[in-house]
Design a protein around this ligand. Structure first.
Ligand code: BES
Ligand code: MN
Ligand code: ZN
Length: 486
């Protein structure tokens, strides 16, 4: 949805005006003065999920949507309301809508609320329909004028509009890449897409092919790639604004399809493993947003990409590989491939000596068992960084929940034959994966986000459609902004 934040919506152009209303409140909404007066008479109270539509003249329709108690408004409640706005508008084939939000989220100011809401509205009607060939099943583009809560003047509205568009564009990039099928999104494709985005935002992008990956001795990435008919890619994106004082490296897992390899997965839901590159996509989308926002922070994106397939040449349980760092890994499960390719990417990122390293990976089913899709697992060797990321997540509605990465767990990945083995078994699966990654990190401020449960929605929910969600972008943009301010 094309969203413009404005204090003065053009009513004559609109097919449908939506007003979000808290319980028993009568906000002063000039564009819907008539309807607002009639609220109580019509028996509308503003309870969550309550709605009332009236046929008006200009605009043609007015819908009031209840969002519950004003003091309890959360980002999540807004997302739910905005998602129903999009669904209604789509179904009714509205092309121009106005959305009025008269209140701020309880814990946010008007500016922050506006940005979060406008960005959420932008993605609310999103559907990956590239391969839907029936015209009537394709969604029509919708334009929205978003009227923010009081406290956002016309000048701020203009600035917030640019900011919301940057975040929305980054999220969009991730969703499109994630939802696209594995036969299209190969490692080569991710390389091209990274180059395309880099060109758009005017930053440097280097895509290394198999030969160069061999020269760099990235034994982890090469091992996972051995079973594939596709070449691997190692991608480095460099956003380096002149005024930057801090440097952050973002590292992404780019498994374009994870069959499990020789330790093959059950076929049920295996198709979901096309989303196993969502960490890589999050890196691209975040850098895109950071550059669009012109944040004064240096950001380097590091992506390792391949698919994970069984074949006569595939890596096998029992194999021992030597990674770029020189450390060796005994492979006990070829389905624990994410950490194997990340070993090289994290080592590479550490060599850059950034102030912070954050990695994004759909790494473990165990993390989904622990947190489902409500939060990403957060692992960090630095309390300050962990705390900051959690706070940033709260501010943008992307929950992170910290889990341990204590050295005590290292015993579980002890190998008789190599420096470590690539799986610690079932117990503490998300943590043993993080502890494995930590072996390749040489940076005092590192965080690992296990986004296996948050990167894509298995089913449609009240807040979003099925498929890639853009996990990682919003929280990281908020974090980079906090660095810019400090
Ligand atoms: N890509 C998967 C993790 C995953 C699972 C992501 C479910 C999204 C939803 C990862 O490569 C994997 O297969 N992990 C294994 C590790 C195990 C073999 C130690 C897992 O979680 O089962
Ligand atoms: Mn796997
Ligand atoms: Zn995987």
């Amino acid at each position: 949805m094309d969203v413009t934040i404005t204090r003065e919506p053009k009513v004559a152009k609109a097919d449908h005006l939506f007003v979000l209303i808290a319980e028993n409140s009568k906000p002063d909404v000039a564009v819907a003065a008539q309807a607002m007066k009639a609220i109580a008479d019509a028996g509308f109270t503003g309870k969550a999920e309550e709605s009332l539509t009236t046929v008006a003249g200009e605009p043609k329709k007015i819908t009031l949507l209840g969002i519950g108690k004003q003091e309890a408004i959360t980002i999540r409640i807004l997302r739910t309301a905005l998602y129903s706005v999009a669904k209604m508008a789509k179904k009714q084939r509205d092309r121009n809508i106005i959305v009025v939000l008269p209140y701020s989220v309880a814990k946010l100011d008007a500016d922050a609320t506006t940005r979060v809401a406008a960005a959420a509205l932008s993605g609310s009607d999103y559907k990956y329909d590239t391969y839907i060939t029936k015209k009537e099943d394709k969604s029509l583009p919708i334009s929205a004028q978003f009227v923010p809560p009081e406290g956002v003047d016309a000048k701020r509205a203009k600035q917030l509009d640019l900011e919301a568009k940057a975040v929305a564009a980054g999220v969009r990039t991730v969703r499109d890449l994630g939802n696209a099928p594995g036969n299209l999104v190969t490692a080569t494709f991710i390389g091209h897409r990274a180059e395309e985005v880099a060109k758009e935002i005017g930053i440097k992008c280097t895509v290394y092919g198999k030969r160069e990956i061999e020269k760099m001795k990235m034994g982890g990435l090469l091992a996972v790639n051995k079973g594939s008919a596709e070449e691997p890619r190692f991608i480095v994106l460099e956003y380096a604004p002149r005024k930057a004082t801090k440097h952050v490296a973002l590292v992404g897992k780019g498994i374009t399809f994870d069959s499990g390899g020789i330790s093959i997965k059950p076929s049920d839901k295996m198709e979901e493993m096309k989303f196993d590159m969502c960490g890589a996509a999050a890196v691209i989308g975040t850098i895109q947003a950071a550059a669009m926002l012109a944040l004064p922070v240096r950001v380097t994106g590091v992506i390792a990409s391949t698919d994970n397939l069984p074949s006569g040449s595939a890596y096998k349980p029992g194999d021992i590989i030597t990674t770029m760092s020189g450390k060796t890994i005994e492979i006990v499960n070829t389905d624990a491939e994410g950490r194997v390719i990340l070993s090289d990417a994290l080592h590479y990122a550490s060599e850059l000596k950034p102030d912070h390293i954050i990695d994004y990976a759909t790494l473990t089913g165990a993390c989904v068992v622990a947190l489902a899709s409500e939060a990403a697992g957060l692992f960090s060797n630095n309390d300050e960084l962990a705390q900051k990321l959690i706070e940033c997540g709260e501010r943008v509605g992307e929950r992170l929940w910290r889990l341990p990465e204590w050295d005590d767990y290292k015993e579980l990945i002890h190998s008789e034959w190599a420096d470590m083995k690539n799986s610690g078994g079932r117990w503490g699966g998300a943590t043993t994966a993080a502890v494995f990654l930590k072996e390749f990190v040489n940076c005092p401020s590192w965080a690992h986000l296990d986004i296996a449960g948050t990167a894509y929605a298995e089913h449609e929910t009240s807040r979003e459609g099925r498929g890639a969600t853009g996990a990682g972008v919003r929280v990281t943009v908020a974090f980079l902004e906090s660095l810019a301010r400090s």
